[in-house]
Design a protein around this ligand. Structure first.
Ligand code: CA
Length: 226
């Protein structure tokens, strides 16, 4: 049974989310301020932390930084609707996903399930083959095929696609993708990314204007959908 820590100072929300998660069979604990959250997260083992950004004592970003120094527990940041900077900063500081307030319970449960599932997959052997839609990525030979037909991709396109497909369901920030795909002398300009994502969509999406696999998270980055 997965153990979840909810960090939330609004009692009503905390109680509601706790009940819903318990109903799904999760074991839930609650911290109402940032300091308690850090203490609990460091001394106990959670499978996931749901972390509000605006908190008394220590804000969620600072909680995340302190927890990340010692633990790689999956974290979903909960931000205000328009706080794009919070989303980017949170993801760059090591959050795995974010939800914007107010969120629907179905969305919350879907994100929780996805993150816990990904955790199990990542714990297994690194995969030699990645699948999405009717595509197969052969990570050993670095070849992508669709129903047996080889897709022609540049090195950068391949690296971008393989990294996206290895992290399904996860929001990846511009900065994170640029560092992963272009490496050390990380290109800072998200415009490069936009261009390559555009190329990739032309090659893999049936309708590039309404992508099914490479989804845009406005102002933040991209989310890959299998
Ligand atoms: Ca709050």
């Amino acid at each position: 049974m997965a153990r979840i820590l909810i960090v939330e100072d609004e009692e009503k929300i905390a109680r509601f989310v706790t009940l819903e998660l318990e109903h799904e069979g999760y074991q839930v604990e609650h911290a109402a301020d940032g300091r308690t959250a850090v203490d609990l997260a460091l001394e106990r083992n959670y499978d996931l932390i749901l972390l509000d950004v605006l908190l008394p004592q220590l804000n969620g970003m600072e909680v995340l930084r302190r927890v990340r120094k010692h633990k790689d527990v999956p974290v979903i940041m909960v931000t205000a609707r328009d706080a794009v900077m919070d989303k980017v900063a949170g993801l760059d500081a090591g959050a795995d996903d974010y939800l914007t307030k107010p969120f629907g319970i179905a969305e919350l449960l879907a994100r929780v399930r996805a993150l816990l599932r990904r955790r199990q997959i990542n714990a297994a052997e690194p995969q030699a083959t990645l699948l999405f839609g009717d595509y197969v990525i052969d990570c050993v030979n670095r070849v992508v095929t669709r129903q047996g037909a080889v897709l022609h991709l540049s090195q950068i396109e391949y690296r971008l696609l393989a990294f996206l497909a290895a992290n399904p369901g996860r929001v990846l920030t511009h900065r994170h993708l640029l560092a992963q795909v272009w490496g050390g002398q990380a290109v800072e300009n998200p415009q490069y990314l936009r261009v390559y994502v555009g190329h990739l969509r032309q090659k893999i999406e049936d309708n590039p204007a309404q992508p099914r696999h490479i989804l845009t998270e406005i102002g933040v980055g991209y989310r890959f959908q299998i």
